[in-house]
Design a protein around this ligand. Structure first.
Ligand code: FAD
Length: 379
């Protein structure tokens, strides 16, 4: 029931931000019986959810914050169930697949560096035990027959997968609509106060009231969080993606920089630039991505590029998620991360029930509180 709420309407939870983090959380909240409103910007807003690479990715997650590995695996394991629930509700299939994924190496030096990264990751105290193997060229070729002569090997993790993230975006909005969640686009939140036990959110189209508020506004959380006694330090970065024409199926496993979509196109991406200009495109970056893709899969050499775009990653200062609840404004929560496709199952099925109950489950999410930045600052 998009745009039906009148100013002053009251809700159990106001979710600020209609990207994948916000709508997965809102869907989860509606399953908990909450009366939910999603406040969002308009069609032209900067949204990582429309420009991502759509991996549901586990390998190498958690280097520097071991609990992040367990949290990511939890979501990867919950993803099929999440996808099934959405299909039951909407009839839409988001094409989730988890065939295992690769990180390919084009030199022995790269392969050695990859092995060292994984060794350091799995040597961290408290890291959950999961398998990521270093495979030789011959072992890779069994699963990826079209690799080029330069591929010397790579790492493989059976917990890696991918999805059609634009269809996920549409499916979640369809499910919210069917559940009677109020979605208010073009209601940019300008300020949030707490008065008389309720939150008052002043938007560009009037005030909305709610007993709780979940901040899921991506990089904009940095401005909104302090309004409710929270902190959300962000360091956005730009990524660029190249998309080819449709091809015969040849890639049965996603690679961290290259995947074949359920529609047959090939997406190529993995660049990082310190820029927040979503309309900019650095041709040299796309060229480097394409060149590396052709060295990995020479059959791509004469394939047409049909689209390329850039998008801004929702990146916290240390790259790890922030899940937090306010001490000064009880009932206010932050839900913020890069990898919002991968973690969508957690947001819907784990974080949302916590917010509905009114408290985050400390043992599970305390490592992701923004208070970690204060410790670092004090240290
Ligand atoms: C190039 C690239 C590749 C990626 N690849 C992957 C991948 O392979 N796998 C993966 O898991 N993740 C990937 N990601 C990350 C993923 O796209 C995001 O984590 C995910 O889309 C969730 O984003 P979000 O909802 O937090 O933010 P966004 O999609 O940016 O949504 C934030 C929303 O908040 C709204 N908003 C902002 N300010 C306000 C306000 N004041 N009031 C109301 N609304 C507001 C915005 O309009 C927007 O709708 C990638 C991202 C990029 C950029």
């Amino acid at each position: 029931m998009a745009g039906e709420a009148r100013a002053g309407d009251e809700f159990d939870v106001a979710v600020v931000g209609g990207g994948l983090v916000g709508i997965a959380t809102a869907w989860g909240l509606s399953r908990e019986g909450c009366r939910v409103v999603v406040l969002d910007e308009g069609d032209r807003a900067v949204r990582a959810s429309r420009g991502n690479f759509a991996l549901v990715w586990v390998q190498s997650k958690g280097l520097g914050l071991a609990p992040y590995a367990g949290w990511t695996i939890r979501s990867s394991n919950a993803w099929q169930g999440f996808s099934d629930l959405l299909k039951q509700e909407t009839g839409l299939d988001v094409s989730f697949q988890r065939p295992g994924g690769f990180h390919l190496c084009l030199s022995e030096k790269e392969l050695e560096a990859r092995a060292n990264v994984l060794k350091r990751l799995h040597a961290q105290p408290g890291i959950v035990d999961y398998k990521t193997e270093i495979l030789t060229r011959d072992q890779v070729k069994v699963m990826l027959p079209d690799i080029g002569p330069e591929v010397v090997g790579g790492s493989f993790c059976e917990l890696d997968g991918h999805v059609n993230s634009l269809r996920l975006f549409r499916t979640l909005h369809t499910a919210l609509n069917a559940r009677g969640v109020t979605y208010l686009p073009s209601h940019r939140v300008e300020s949030i106060t707490k008065e008389g036990g309720e939150f008052r959110l002043t938007t560009t189209q009037g005030e909305v009231r709610a007993a709780k508020v979940a901040l899921a506004a991506g990089n904009a959380n940095m401005r909104l969080a302090p309004m409710v006694g929270l902190d959300c330090p962000m360091k956005p970065e730009r990524g660029q993606i190249v998309v080819t024409e449709r091809l015969r199926p040849f890639l049965n496993h996603p690679v961290v920089t290259l995947r074949q979509t359920d529609e047959g196109t090939v997406m190529i991406g993995d660049s990082k630039e310190e820029s927040v200009d979503p309309s900019g495109l650095t041709i040299g970056v796309s060229a480097t991505e394409a060149e590396r893709a052709v060295r990995q899969f020479p059959l791509l050499a004469n394939v047409n590029v049909v689209r390329t775009w850039s998008a801004i990653r929702v990146m916290t200062r240390d790259g790890f998620p922030i899940y937090d609840e306010s001490k000064t404004h009880p009932g206010a929560f932050t839900v913020c991360c890069h990898s919002g496709v991968t973690l969508a199952a957690n947001h819907a099925l784990t974080i949302a029930p916590m917010i509905a109950r009114g408290a985050l489950d400390a043992p599970l999410v305390a490592p992701f509180s923004a208070r970690r930045f204060h410790v670092q600052a004090a240290g």
